[in-house]
Design a protein around this ligand. Structure first.
Ligand SMILES: *[C@@H]1O[C@H](CO)[C@@H](O)[C@H](O)[C@H]1NC(C)=O
Length: 456
């Protein structure tokens, strides 16, 4: 969607602005505190996580579910409801149905524009260009990050999934990531994730769960901020994520490597079919490199209702508001299954936690013997949005970085993201700054950026 280049008198001045912003950003990133140590942890790689028959059955299931289409992963709120979809930054949807702010997306009911649940991920990805340090406009990068998927909260719903997740090999691997004192696995969700060529999974931590604060109450970016701050650590709930790869076609050089950041720096592993990775994804920053990068950004518009639909015999279509925008064959897709479980001391602690959630996986609603679990201790009870904000303000003040008075909710959100979120700089680029996205914030720079950027 390259627009025609315009010759204009602004390019020279604008290129100074770009250069100056780039240099100051780079200098800023040198001064930036590193990732907190409690967020550097190890992962386990298993070459044969999924056996051949299970692999084929799971692939068949991916197709079956695909008949209804997989939604963009920004739409995960449709799978459940959240008490605070935003912290007050919502603005009414303009009549053209487009959210003008580059960072905003339609709310679930589409009446407002809000910061997406994972703005912490999107903002870092767009400003740095991700693993490869891509130099592209915000729209192109957004289309790369919006993969497809479906969240499922009942693990017994699909027998083949239940069988995989119940196998000894799988459970031993998952338990080995939990703290030794918390060996009891309480699965809470699984999903299939599908990516089309050109897509990536930007650096992120998985949805964080606390005692008294979860995605059922707060935007996920706020939970990430709470986690990075370290101010809620006694409420943190450990978890384990297992990712198994379900694509059949595999070319190591463009398969979208899995990366994670541990105590020794960045680690990488190839997503071989049937293999898997096991990690506490909420305590470990991880990502997938761009899948088939030569394909370029896919034609996805964040403001349109977009689905990836299986239309039969391994043929897939990308649809925007029911219009087909691109066709794919199954070998074009990078497919994975993701399992997530919390780690608890025992079944009683799990039951006590689940009793505090507004939405409980059916299997966890009660303790094993059917008793109503006790209330959690005082310090682990529910937090209100005001409680969370007060703790973060106090934490910032104690760091000598007090939050100014009279900020708008949008400004508060941006401030919190800037102060706390510490995803690492791109490992494969020397400059941790994607100047090509500047046009999204300063449209007047676009003509100059077109000289140096594929998309602006
Ligand atoms: C729609 O969502 C917005 C943002 O969460 C909320 O402010 C608004 O009250 C909702 N409207 C309806 C009718 O549910």
């Amino acid at each position: 969607m390259r627009e025609t280049r315009q010759v204009s008198s602004t390019p020279r001045a604008a290129s100074y602005v770009i250069l100056a912003t780039g240099v100051s950003f780079w200098l800023g990133s040198l001064r930036r505190p590193a990732m907190p140590a409690h967020l550097l942890n190890d992962a386990i790689v298993l070459k044969d996580l999924i056996d051949e028959p299970t692999f084929h059955e799971l692939r068949a299931l991916v197709r079956t579910l695909g008949a209804d289409g997989y939604a963009l992963n920004t739409n995960d709120l449709k799978a459940y409801t959240t008490e605070h979809e935003h912290i007050g930054e919502a603005v009414p949807m303009p009549s053209d149905g487009k959210c003008a702010d580059v960072f905003m997306v339609p709310s679930v009911n589409r009446t407002h524009c809000i910061l997406p649940g994972r703005i912490d991920i999107g903002r870092h990805y767009v400003t740095t260009g991700g693993i490869e340090g891509l130099r592209e406009g915000a729209q192109a990068l957004t289309s790369r990050a919006l993969s497809f998927g479906r969240y499922m909260f009942d693990l017994s719903e699909q027998p083949i999934v239940a069988q995989l997740f119940g196998s000894e090999r799988f459970l031993v691997a998952a338990r080995s990531i939990c703290p030794a004192s918390k060996p009891h696995l309480a699965p809470f969700q699984y999903n299939f994730i599908l990516q089309v060529p050109g897509q990536t999974v930007p650096m992120h931590v998985d949805g964080v769960y606390f005692w008294g604060a979860t995605r059922f109450e707060f935007p996920q970016w706020l939970l990430a901020v709470m986690h990075f701050s370290g101010a809620f650590r006694e409420r943190f709930v450990h978890q384990v994520q297992v990712v198994g790869y379900l694509h059949a076609r595999y070319e190591p050089s463009s398969a979208g490597e899995f990366l994670w950041w541990g105590p020794g720096g960045v680690h990488r592993t190839a997503p071989q079919p049937r293999s898997g990775t096991v990690v506490d994804g909420s305590r470990t920053v991880h990502a997938a490199a761009t899948y088939r990068p030569e394909a370029g950004p896919p034609p996805i518009d964040k403001d349109l209702e977009t689905t990836l639909v299986h239309v039969g015999e391994g043929r897939w279509e990308l649809r925007a508001e029911d219009r087909t925008v691109r066709a794919y064959v199954e070998d074009d897709l990078r497919i994975s299954i993701v399992y997530r479980a919390h780690c608890f001391t025992d079944a009683d602690e799990a039951a006590m936690y689940h009793a505090t959630l507004p939405l409980k996986p059916a299997s966890h609603a009660r303790a094993a013997d059917g008793r109503q679990p006790p209330e959690p201790p005082e310090g682990l009870r529910r937090l209100s949005l005001d409680d969370v904000m007060a703790t973060l303000r106090a934490d910032l003040a104690s760091r000598n970085r007090p939050m100014p008075a009279r900020l708008t909710p949008y400004e508060i959100a941006m401030r919190l993201l800037r102060e706390y979120i510490r995803y690492p700089p791109p490992p494969d680029a020397w400059l941790p700054f994607n100047y090509c996205a500047l046009g999204g914030f300063m449209p007047r720079l676009k003509p100059a950026l077109r000289w140096v950027c594929a998309t602006v």
